[in-house]
Design a protein around this ligand. Structure first.
Ligand SMILES: [Ca+2]
Ligand SMILES: [Ca+2]
Length: 177
């Protein structure tokens, strides 16, 4: 007879890890990592949206500035009337402006079309456009000082939103055709 075994015969047990799942610490670390990654990706999406918005705003400002500059560029160097002055002649409003210096000191808030209707802008009251006209040296294009007739005028148009300058464009108009 065989002596009784000290060890019971081994039976087949499925191999099991001593650790049957995640510990609380592991779960907490995972949640924190997921949270950090989620926050980072949301931040990236947010920044991308802001950048996209800024680009659209900048493009719109550039288009507006060029449009107003084109309107002014179509006008004569000087008023064709009998007594031209630097600035709008008596009784002239934007619809009747006929020379470039009529626009000196021009500013609209919100910007309007020449016919007086609001431009289709988001929060149009936050936009402003303005024009400034100066006599410049026809050779160097330096601003004449003191300001007196030089035969060349520089027109500068500025577009701002919430007082932040977004676009500034200018042209030179000379008396010679
Ligand atoms: Ca005029
Ligand atoms: Ca004028």
């Amino acid at each position: 007879m065989n002596p009784p075994s000290q060890h019971p015969p081994s039976r087949a047990h499925p191999v099991r890890s001593e650790r049957g799942g995640f510990t609380i610490v592991e779960v907490v670390i995972s949640v924190v990592i997921v949270g950090v990654l989620l926050a980072a990706s949301l931040r990236a999406v947010g920044l991308s949206r802001i950048l996209q918005y800024r680009t659209m705003e900048q493009t719109r400002a550039n288009e507006m500035a060029r449009a107003l500059l084109a309107e002014i560029g179509q006008k004569a160097y000087a008023d064709p009337g009998a007594a031209p002055v630097f600035g709008p002649e008596s009784g002239e409003t934007r619809a009747a402006y006929d020379d470039v210096d009529d626009y000196d000191g021009f500013a609209e808030h919100p910007p309007l079309t020449r016919e007086g209707t609001k431009l289709p802008l988001p929060s149009s009251g936050s936009w402003r456009w303005s024009a400034d006209v100066k006599w410049v040296d026809p050779q160097t294009l330096a601003v004449a000082s003191p300001q007196s007739e030089t035969g060349a005028k520089q027109v500068t148009v500025t577009v701002t939103r919430n007082n932040v300058p977004l676009a500034k464009v200018s042209l030179i108009r000379t008396a010679a055709p």
